[in-house]
Design a protein around this ligand. Structure first.
Ligand code: ZN
Length: 338
């Protein structure tokens, strides 16, 4: 279903959001001296080259798998405090999510829930417990409940205001980071986590925690930015996807590799994004990105936008070239099990 950026991030509310976010960033950067060095979050290699600097942070690119990532990065303790005290998320919870919930529900969360349902049916995922990690405003969990596939739906959301909203909606909420969950081993049939893994200090630990909770044959659905996608590749530091909260920029191959190494079989990777072309076009129209030296993109994104915009975006989405990526995987038997 087609939608525009304004429908999910309203133009009239974003300037105030930008101020809140800038304030969060200033608080985070005050602790920059405590940031620590990490190897590649996807493949573990320590061979990386400098890519660019943004918000005074250095982004490096792995020579082995081309994932790029913030390095050095905030420690898990600093990140926990950052999200607990974020002004930006309070603003999203109070103003932006309520204003766009209808559009987000219809255009993002309902199709997502239906995709999850189709997947669970085709893979024969049992109908016990579903967990969403990073439930946010709780809309996706509500849509999953509405489909009546799972007997139990759990919203994991560590940000206090968002967790409170999920509770008000009557959802079962756990307000801890997933690495601290204690649902037990083999307790869960499916896990979905949208736009979370790019925020995490250690995606590997996160996936290990997911693998531990899931039953053998259970499903894992992740979405995150694709570091090789159009808006990131074209705009670089000008892309809003490149922000301080996004520590990890995987690509289809590197995310698959990491997920496989964590005890899963990857069933599919797709890039169903709808906004890449519009995001680049907007930056050009706002004078924040210069397309004058790029006649091809100038033509597609500006001169002949009405004719070419939509088919161009579809081409990106269909060919793993959008910056919004989905991965679906199934938990395999642990080694040594028969
Ligand atoms: Zn790597």
């Amino acid at each position: 279903m087609k939608f525009t950026e304004d429908e999910i991030r309203p133009d009239n509310l974003m300037p105030e959001q930008a101020e809140r976010f800038a304030s969060d960033i200033r608080r985070l950067l005050k602790r920059k001296s405590e940031f620590i060095h990490v190897p590649c979050p996807a493949c573990g290699s320590d061979e990386a080259e400098p890519l660019f600097i943004k918000f005074e942070l250095s982004y490096v690119k792995c020579r082995t798998c081309t994932t790029f990532y913030i390095n050095p990065r905030p420690t898990p303790e600093i990140l926990e405090l950052y999200y607990e005290t974020s002004e930006n998320y309070i603003y999203w919870n109070q103003y932006i999510f309520p204003a766009v919930e209808v559009a987000r529900r219809e255009k993002i969360f309902r199709p997502r829930a239906e995709r999850l349902l189709a997947l669970c049916r085709s893979e024969g995922v049992s109908q016990g417990t579903f967990v969403e990690v990073g439930a946010g405003f709780g809309t996706f969990c509500e849509e999953v409940i509405r489909l009546e596939y799972f007997r139990r739906v759990i919203a994991v959301e560590p940000t206090p205001d968002l967790a409170a909203t999920c509770r008000r909606k009557g959802l079962e909420v756990i307000d801890k980071p997933v690495e601290q969950l204690s649902l037990g081993v083999d307790a869960v049939d499916a896990i979905a986590s949208f736009e979370v893994i790019e925020h995490l200090f250690s995606p590997k630990e996160f996936l290990a925690a997911c693998a531990k909770m899931l039953k053998v044959g259970g499903a894992l659905i992740l979405s995150c930015p694709n570091g090789q996608g159009f808006d990131v590749a074209v705009l670089g530091t000008t892309s809003d996807t490149v922000d301080v909260e996004h520590l990890n920029y995987f690509n289809p191959a590197s995310l698959s590799r990491l997920v496989e190494a964590s005890g899963f079989t990857v069933l599919e990777v797709i890039t169903p994004g709808e906004l890449d072309a519009e995001l680049v076009r907007k930056k050009a129209l706002q004078g924040l990105f210069d397309l004058s030296g790029q006649p091809f993109l100038h033509r597609v994104l500006l001169e002949e936008w009405e004719r070419l915009g939509e088919p161009f975006q579809r081409f990106l989405a269909d060919n793993l070239l959008s910056s919004h990526m989905w991965l679906v995987a199934r938990k395999e038997k642990r080694q040594g099990e028969s």
